[in-house]
Design a protein around this ligand. Sequence first.
Ligand SMILES: *Cc1c(COP(=O)(O)O)cnc(C)c1O
Length: 364
Amino acid sequence: MPDPGVQLDQRLAQLKPYRPGVTEEQISRTYNIAIANIIKLGSNENPYGMSPKAAQAIQKAAGSAHRYPDSHALLDALSNHLGASANQLVLGVGSTEVIDMIARAFLSPDTETIVSEYAFAMLAAMSHLSGASVISTPAKDYAHDPDAMLQAVTDRTRVIWLANPNNPTGTYLPPAQIQAFLEKVPAHIIVVIDEAYKEYLAPEDHQRSTLWLQTYPNLILLGTFSKVYGLAGLRIGYGVTNPKIAAILNSVKQPLNISTVGLAAAVAALQDQAYVQQARQRNHDGLQQLINGLKDLHLTTLPAYGNFVTVELPNAADTNEALLKQGIVVRPLTAYNMPNHLRITVGTPNENQELLKALQQIPA
Ligand SMILES: *Cc1c(COP(=O)(O)O)cnc(C)c1O
């Protein structure tokens, strides 16, 4: 192919494309395993899928997919659910798009942004695209270190990113620690807390952050329908913040970004909180099963607060390859500079058992 000869500016030159987990098709071809037999524990998806009510809503919405989407019902349902008003919300094509909107709205080449070592990769990736200097602060036992992040603040700092619980480490900063941090951040700096896994926390913890919005006008919280709600393939996420910031983000947003089908599914999923509770309970049990099984194999795990556990292995790359050969997909973390760890998503009890059985048979 001829070189298109386009000028790559500095921002693009340093971008590394995000690599999602290997696809089932790739594994099926490479290792000659039927797709139905592949165990997908690599992308933190809900192993049970979405609420049946969301699936029904998708069927129904298909009939009106020739119409442009109307997001009012989802904005109303979300504002009810979160106890915020609709003008505090912004919808994104996954919360990843909200991360992108924040970076585009508030970062530029002459500014700085702060993110912790081992933080969710999209936070730095979207920041780099804006041309801002991305300051990475050292983690403490693989978790974000709020003090290190505060020390990195300068006159040029515009946005500080946290993921809590964080992916890929699974670590979690308790509410008291976050609140102490928010108290110390200068009010003109935006703090973004990516809470993609909040529904897996104890209910008294997961609702606390929304209350902070009343005290900290510089706070943006991110949520997603990709994890506990099981709608990863439909790409729906959101931000909730004060109305001024929400208005700015909505002005950066493409007007009709969420599809008719996605909106309908999200509304139905949100209304089925019994399903969410069941997912949380199953995840809790599955996480325990994995942690106990890994402990029996004398492996060390990081603290796990989401729907996955990150485990340290002497030969993580070889183990990953051996698992793939058996059709078991987990996530290697070399891109995160964690070459001795693998991230394992909580599957069904059977899937967890298969994973543990395979690990037991792989020579360390
Ligand atoms: C999975 C995940 C998201 C969600 O991404 P979507 O774009 O909403 O699918 C956001 N943040 C973190 C930390 C995640 O792990």
